[in-house]
Unconditional design. Structure first.
Length: 318
């Protein structure tokens, strides 16, 4: 299925990651190849891009879009938490640029059969990699009520998490919940009418929570960011586009730690941080889409781009 959706913050990604001829870049979430297609011309001649994705269908879509670049691009079906292993298997010690475009890709969201969207009725799936066994249907129909409430609260930041979990359990006792449409109706029934009249779609936060739990997204993000010291060359740039506060919090905290700032919980008598600065900021504040981009692409409205650079020489934090 072709992906026609425009990549988010495209001009800003190119500007701040600043690809140059001869450099090696990794697009850790290649999706339909939109960001890669803009980065690759600036890496030539002599440059090289590796695109990663967990989804075989996304790899196929990216291969079609990036075919004109020939051997300058390599596409690998892999989770970005395994970035170090992917590079080592190709004899690459470190790279000059690295991009993460987090969350569900347009390729996945626009394919109803994948079950990511609460806007269309489809099987409850939500797997980013089809080889995974755990699906949204398995969680919804088998997990204990307390565990359902926990993930909906923690990963969806949904204030009605306990009511939604209780309504799911009550519904599945009558018949299995097998479609996104069924789940949406359960969620709507669980959330009081007054709370449904404003804000986002009532199912948005619960669907987000299920997707994160199924795919281990936050753990994978933390593992990938923890490898930045190893996978970035001195002077190398890393950019992360996040779409909700849970992702952005991990990115912000990890960047601060790798910049040598204290990230200890308040109240500790002494700082326990390493305080070694291996990154420096490229963007002092998160970059957000311009109003024109949001108008043309409503999915971009919550995007935040943070970019940092590997320091040329490691130094102690202040």
């Amino acid at each position: 299925m072709p992906c026609t959706h425009r990549p988010v913050l495209l001009a800003e990604v190119v500007q701040f990651l600043d690809p140059r001829p001869g450099e090696i870049f990794v697009d850790a979430t290649v999706g339909g190849g939109g960001h890669s297609a803009a980065l690759l011309p600036r890496l030539l001649p002599g440059g090289y891009l590796i695109g990663l994705d967990r989804d075989a269908g996304a790899i196929e879509a990216a291969a079609e879009r990036l075919a004109p670049f020939g051997k300058a691009v390599e596409l690998v079906r892999a989770n970005f938490k395994d970035l170090e292993r992917v590079l080592e298997s190709r004899g690459i010690e470190a790279v000059d640029g690295l991009l993460f475009d987090l969350g569900v890709s347009s390729y996945q969201l626009d394919n109803p059969a994948r079950g990511f969207s609460y806007q269309v009725d489809a099987p409850l799936d939500m797997r980013m990699g089809q080889e995974q066994e755990l699906t949204a249907a398995a969680i919804v129909n088998t997990w204990p009520e307390d565990e359902l409430a926990r993930i909906i609260w923690e990963y969806g930041e949904e204030r009605w998490a306990r009511r939604i979990a209780a309504f799911i359990v009550a519904a599945r006792q009558k018949a299995p919940v097998t479609s996104t449409g069924q789940l949406v109706e359960i969620i709507k029934a669980a959330i009081p009418a007054g709370a449904r009249r404003s804000g986002h779609h009532p199912a948005k936060r619960t669907f987000q929570a299920l997707r994160i739990a199924i795919n281990g997204e936050l753990d994978a993000l933390q593992a990938a960011l923890d490898s930045l010291e190893q996978v970035l060359k001195p002077g190398g740039r890393v950019g992360v586009i996040s779409f909700h506060s849970l992702e952005d919090r991990i990115v912000k905290r990890t960047f601060r730690r790798l910049m040598g700032h204290c990230t200890c919980p308040p109240g500790l008598p002494v700082c326990l941080c390493d305080r070694k600065a291996v990154l420096e900021p490229v963007t002092r504040k998160p970059v957000t889409p311009a109003p024109a981009e949001v108008a043309a692409n409503p999915r971009s409205r919550s995007a935040k781009l943070r970019v940092a650079r590997r320091v040329l020489k490691e130094k102690d934090g202040e």
